[in-house]
Design a protein around this ligand. Structure first.
Ligand SMILES: O=C(O)C(=O)Cc1ccccc1
Length: 292
């Protein structure tokens, strides 16, 4: 299709793995931060950005929600859910004394996913957040003189010549991350083999100020129509303490009746509603298979 796909880089992040699965024949463009990925699409340097939005163990990636709502006007055109396995890796020179690592580098969500492991096995070590797991792996490769380790995936260990000293250190087995694909145009997801898993519609809803029971009324607009919600999350409006908006995911694609009439009902209650996207959902079943 000739798409340019921006993703949170460098090579071998979890986002890169998901991008390679969903867009196997497209050009992938690693960028250093999540805001840079959004901006690349906004400014037409990329057609699509694939961005982590939510993790089973750690919840939402707040910078992603905030950029979607406050900084850019880019619709969600697809999502993909991928299993996440975290591994502890060191420079090969430190393979036999990894327990003496003084600082562990990774993405903040990866560190959070391995808290119990770190508490038990590397209690004295400091944790430092990097822009991504692969950036942490790159840093460990560049600093053989330091007693450090990275938490990242198997491909990052290969790509950055590190030694995995502990496999599967994430604290809970069902560790998955959800990534969204944003684009100005509808995406043709033609040429990949990942499983399609229904569709979703994401709304941003702002409640009227000081309206008793407003959230209850909002939820009842979905409930009596039997619209199945897969997520509701509040985020600050950034206009003052106590001002929040809600991101609501409905397990259904935009139709001509149910969702439009829900939106009309919410607006009649004094809410403002923005559709952030209506899109297909994909499921990656075995992330590492095609790489390792
Ligand atoms: O840092 C990465 O590799 C990412 O792609 C972000 C991320 C971090 C932790 C779990 C899933 C995705």
């Amino acid at each position: 299709m000739g798409y340019k796909v921006a993703f949170l880089g460098p090579r071998a992040t979890f986002t890169d793995l998901a991008a390679a699965k969903l867009f196997p024949d497209e050009e992938r463009m690693p960028l250093q931060t999540i805001p840079a990925c959004f901006e690349a699409v906004q400014e037409n340097q990329a057609d699509i950005a694939l961005i982590p939005i939510e993790n089973t163990l750690e919840g939402s990636v707040n910078i992603t929600l905030d950029y979607l709502v406050h900084e850019v006007d880019l619709p969600i055109q697809g999502e993909v859910v991928a299993p996440i396995s975290q591994h502890l890796m060191v420079h090969p020179a430190h393979r036999d004394h990894w327990e003496s690592a003084e600082t562990i580098f990774s993405h903040s969500h990866a560190i959070a996913q391995c808290h119990k492991f770190l508490h038990k096995n590397l209690r004295g070590a400091a944790c430092e957040a990097m822009t991504s797991t692969a950036a942490a792996a790159q840093y460990v490769l560049a600093h053989p003189e330091l007693k450090i380790a990275a938490i990242a995936n198997e491909l990052a260990a290969k790509e950055y010549n590190l030694e995995i000293v502990k496999h599967n250190i994430h604290d809970f087995a069902h560790n998955h991350t959800r990534f969204i694909a944003v684009s100005k145009k509808e995406i043709d997801f033609g040429s990949h083999s990942e499983q399609e898993n229904g569709a979703k519609t994401t709304l941003m809803v702002t409640l009227p100020a000081d309206h008793p029971g407003a959230l209850h009324q909002v939820l009842s607009a979905f409930s009596w129509r039997k619209l199945n919600l897969s997520k509701i999350e509040s985020r600050p409006m950034k206009t003052g303490l106590g001002n929040y908006f809600f991101i609501i995911d409905i397990n259904m694609e935009m139709d001509h009746v149910l969702i439009p009439s829900t939106i009309a009902e919410l607006e009649a209650l004094g809410c403002s509603v923005k559709v952030l996207g209506s899109y297909p959902s994909f499921l990656i079943t075995n992330q590492a298979k095609s790489f390792c």
